[in-house]
Design a protein around this ligand. Structure first.
Ligand SMILES: C[S@@+](CC[C@H](N)C(=O)[O-])C[C@H]1O[C@@H](n2cnc3c(N)ncnc32)[C@H](O)[C@@H]1O
Length: 565
């Protein structure tokens, strides 16, 4: 094995260098982005909210956006080992995200180093990175940032002092600040000085000025030779930012997302180093604070997060901004899953065994349409890149019935089947109790699987009535929403399970075009179950697509074909 030659001071971690001593390369996947939903009218530019692992997302954005993003802010997990849960309505907790990275500091650093390299390549020549962290990792991230961007491109260690955060009884000083490391891509960058109001009100100050001859700042003097004073209630912002923490009782800005940052912090960052019309990005966007501020300040934006709850919270938050430009929700869809399968498993049966293990099942050999067994139930695992079809369900149900088994669980990523209640009824007629479960995206996250917080949710279905209140006019009324087999989780009303619903009035492809939407917020818990009306310009057959997102962050879509004449 070659020895690594240490020629400079640097931070190393297991895996940074290959065994032959060469620096390991950052994977640069280039996968096609799929548009899942669009909001707002057609436009030359649509802001982008992308659901997926930012390593693959950034790699895939390089072709179009390398050297084009003017400002990137990231607020990655801090490796605190904490779980961040969100309340899924009454009495339930779901994981928003888990702040551990493969548990070891080394793998956390490897994860960050790979991402910082992609960020550098995406930044425009005059671009800046603002890297938000805290005492857990700021010392380590500074070392990696210096290596990736060059120590000479480090501009500031900004201290965000949240003076109003309540800290319990700790036997040391309370940690009441985060750190934002500011790097420029090159010598030329944007800096707009910021002015703020003084907390103490007006003060009397000496007037200071630059003396060219002395090459120093001196007291300015009046015509009478006396030093001059001025009164001011403003100050130039320095590298300590006193900005209040979001308060739990706040129902306007606070979306209830753990680790959500205040908009005032992001406003200052964006106003310091970007201008209206610039393209800005946040690749760990969480609840979308940066995107929300970018939208309000007329920046174009790209956001990314791998958590379904972060993406859903961001979507609702953006919809609440008025006026708002058009945006799209994208993902790498099956391509991300294929990539994950390729990297982690040598043969497909390893993938199947992995999913079975996560589901608490054992592999079962010798059955063509069934892969495993969990207690008395047979289990079928869907492929990463093909939707489950009616034929696949039928074949598995028939096999189950033939082998005299009474229960079958089918786990799938995508579904191209009849409504799930129809499938379970048909299976029931053959004597098989059928459970259809969604494989969650979390199975691809190493930290999720290590800690086994992956939950397979049962499929849901809705009942809706399409009314025609006038000529060529449609209106949707939700009549029922059922998550099949929600054992132990009973709400008083079916609508309590719904967090958001939307209508695409004229569905023509896999992309959902939002024509009307309603959702719950922390402030407004009521949800209308009748949509607004929509008037078509001409008659004909239309496919109305209704999308429901439930309180667990899962999506259910259903199409209704209606004739308008
Ligand atoms: C500290 S939170 C960001 C909070 C955000 N600044 C806000 O104001 O809401 C970190 C986020 O990074 C996301 N995340 C972690 N690893 C990621 C990855 N590899 N790709 C994309 N997002 C990731 C988590 O899901 C989480 O939402």
């Amino acid at each position: 094995m070659a020895k690594i030659q240490i020629t400079k001071t640097e931070l190393v971690w297991p895996g940074k260098y290959r065994e032959d001593g060469v620096l390991a390369e950052t994977p640069r996947a280039n996968l096609p982005l799929q548009t899942m939903e669009v909001f707002g009218p057609e436009a030359a530019w649509r802001n982008k909210l992308i659901w997926g692992d930012n390593l693959l997302v950034m790699g895939s954005l390089l072709e179009e956006f390398a050297g084009k993003i003017d400002l990137i802010y990231i607020d990655p997990p801090f490796a605190t080992g904490a779980d961040f849960a969100f309340p899924a309505a009454i009495g339930q907790q779901e994981m928003a995200y888990r702040d551990t990275w493969n548990v070891s500091t080394g793998s956390y650093l490897a994860m960050m180093a790979e991402r910082l390299q992609l960020i550098r390549d995406l930044l425009s020549p005059t671009g800046s990175l603002f890297l938000h962290c805290d005492w857990h990792v700021s010392h380590l991230l500074r070392a990696i940032g210096d290596e990736v961007f060059g120590a000479g491109n480090f501009l500031n260690e900004i201290v965000w002092y949240y003076y109003n955060k309540f800290q319990g009884n700790v036997k040391r000083f309370a940690s009441n600040h985060d750190v934002v490391l500011w790097y420029r891509k090159s010598a030329s960058y944007q800096f707009n000085q910021q002015i703020e109001k003084r907390a103490e009100g007006k003060v009397k100050q000496l007037v200071r000025m630059w003396d060219k001859e002395k090459a120093a700042i001196v007291n300015a003097k009046g015509l009478d030779g006396k030093v001059m004073y001025r009164e001011t209630d403003q100050r130039t912002v320095d590298d300590v930012w006193r900005i209040s923490m979001l308060q739990p009782a706040d129902r306007t800005e606070n979306c209830g997302f753990p680790t959500q940052k205040p908009e005032a912090l992001l406003q200052r960052i964006l106003e310091t180093a970007s201008s209206p019309g610039d393209l800005v990005a946040d690749f760990f966007c969480g609840s979308g604070t940066m995107l929300s501020v970018a939208e309000k300040l007329n920046r174009r934006w790209i956001g990314c997060d791998l958590g379904r709850w972060g993406i859903h919270t961001t979507r609702k938050r953006l919809l609440g901004i008025k006026p708002r430009g058009p945006f799209a929700l994208l993902s790498l869809g099956k391509y991300e899953r294929q990539y994950w399968q390729g990297v982690n498993f040598t043969v497909p049966c390893e993938y199947v065994a992995f999913i079975l293990k996560l589901y608490g099942a054992e592999p079962a050999n010798g059955l063509a349409h069934v892969d495993g067994k969990k207690s008395n139930a047979l289990v079928r695992v869907g492929a990463v890149d093909l939707p489950i079809t009616n034929a696949e369900v039928d074949a598995a149900v028939d096999q189950c019935a033939k082998s005299k088994q009474r229960e079958l669980h089918i786990l799938g990523w995508d579904w191209d089947t009849q409504r799930c209640d129809v499938l379970t009824e048909t299976a029931g007629n053959k004597g098989v109790r059928l459970l259809l479960l969604q494989i969650p995206r979390e199975v691809m996250e190493p930290q999720a699987t290590q800690h086994a917080y992956v939950r397979f949710f049962p499929l849901a279905y809705m009942e809706a009535e399409i009314g025609q209140p006038g000529d060529l006019t449609a209106r949707v009324t939700l009549k029922n929403f059922v998550i099949l087999n929600t054992a132990g989780d009973v709400r008083s009303d079916w609508s309590d399970y719904i967090d958001y619903w939307a209508v695409d009035w004229d569905s023509r492809s896999d992309t959902f075009v939002e024509g009307w939407a309603a959702y719950r917020t922390r402030k407004e818990r009521k949800l209308p179950l009748v949509s607004g009306s929509y008037a078509y310009e001409e008659g004909g057959r239309r496919r109305i697509l209704v999308c429901v997102i439930d309180i667990f962050g899962n999506e259910t879509r259903q199409a209704f074909d209606v004739e308008f004449s």
